[in-house]
Design a protein around this ligand. Structure first.
Ligand code: ADP
Ligand code: MG
Length: 324
């Protein structure tokens, strides 16, 4: 989506104009606001949270044949924007729709693994072994999760050593691609949870991926890093992976009750247009709770607005993928 690249350069927090800061006690930002519309309003004309007409997002038909997987990197070099939360919950929602999903933890901090109840310190093997080991198969490293149809390729701090060791490898940017090529036939969707950096690990993720989803916190400084990220994506497209496309920008931690959040989302939509997903993830304390529980929100609080948002996102992601 070239238009995203063209609008991004020069876009920084200064473009926000006057924002509404410090809207009070952070606790007041939390809570469970009403869910976003999840079905098509037959009367038409209902606006979604991004200010655009809410689209028809039907449940996709069940799959009769599985694989080969579409690989999607969840990427933003800023930490704490909802990459890991979105990877887990989008993955779980896609699994609910009957997709065979693999989540790849590609952050040495192992938050994705923790969020799915796996202790990264006690792993016998992790993605590190697949990247740099020569004598281990992926089936020995992939583990199931509490959700049917949702598997995990875990990571831990060993992965930070991989980043150093990969520097001296031949075709170092394609190392993850080589690993995932073998796994791809066994899944419908592979989501890669990237580390908060644009280093060699993230370049590997972007080289392996067909699509990128950029989670973007609905906060004043959130757009700052997006120009750098779209620049990096453009370089990867030029030099390593011409097929790579931005699938969408996902607004996260949105609070419809603050002018600030609404303004940020407005700016994002005016800068990136249709690239922005209609689905927006609201801020709710349920998400930090799910990390402690070690399971997705779709099973921890299945009827919550947060769970419903990720189900809507799953339908939107599949609709965008099938639209091509
Ligand atoms: P990243 O992977 O980009 O660093 P995380 O997904 O780990 O970001 O999210 C950072 C923190 O914010 C975590 O504690 C997570 O539970 C919390 N969080 C994520 N999404 C939301 C949300 N929509 N509302 C409230 N808290 C959230
Ligand atoms: Mg993370």
């Amino acid at each position: 989506m070239a238009e995203a690249r063209e609008t991004a350069p020069g876009l920084d927090a200064g473009d926000f104009g006057t924002g509404e800061f410090g809207t009070g006690d952070p606790e007041a930002l939390f809570g469970s606001p009403p869910a976003a519309p999840t079905s098509n309003p037959a009367s038409g004309g209902v606006l979604g949270p991004t200010g655009r007409p809410w689209p028809d997002l039907p449940d996709p038909p069940p799959l009769t044949v599985h694989g080969p997987a579409l690989i999607i990197a969840m990427c933003n070099q800023k930490g704490g924007v909802g990459k890991t939360t979105s990877t887990i919950n989008l993955g779980a929602a896609l699994a609910e729709l009957g997709r065979h999903v693999l989540l790849v933890d590609f952050d040495p901090q192992g938050s994705l693994s923790v969020g799915l109840g796996v202790n990264p310190h006690t792993l016998d093997s992790s993605i590190y072994n697949l990247l740099l080991g020569r004598d281990i198969g992926f089936a020995e490293v992939i583990t199931g999760t509490s959700v049917e149809g949702l598997d995990l390729l875990p990571s831990n701090i060993d992965l930070s050593a991989a980043e150093v060791q990969l520097v001296s490898e031949v075709a170092r940017e394609q190392t993850l691609l080589r690993v995932l090529e073998k796994i791809r036939p066994h899944y419908d969707i592979i989501l890669i949870d990237c580390a908060p950096s644009l280093g060699l690990l993230t370049i590997n993720a972007l080289t392996a991926a067909d699509k990128v989803i950029m989670p973007l916190e609905c906060e004043f400084f959130a757009l700052r890093g997006i120009a750098l990220l779209t620049d990096t994506i453009a370089k990867v497209q030029d030099r390593l992976n011409p097929e790579l496309e931005i699938l969408g920008i996902l607004g996260t931690m949105y609070d419809a009750r603050t002018l600030h959040s609404r303004e940020v989302l407005e700016r994002v939509v005016s800068a990136f247009g249709e690239t922005v997903f209609h689905t927006v993830i609201r801020r709710t304390v349920k998400f930090p709770e799910t990390t402690v529980a070690g399971e997705p929100i779709t099973t921890y609080a299945p009827a919550s607005a947060g769970a419903e948002s990720y189900r809507t996102l799953a339908r939107e992601v599949l609709a965008r993928c099938h639209a091509e």
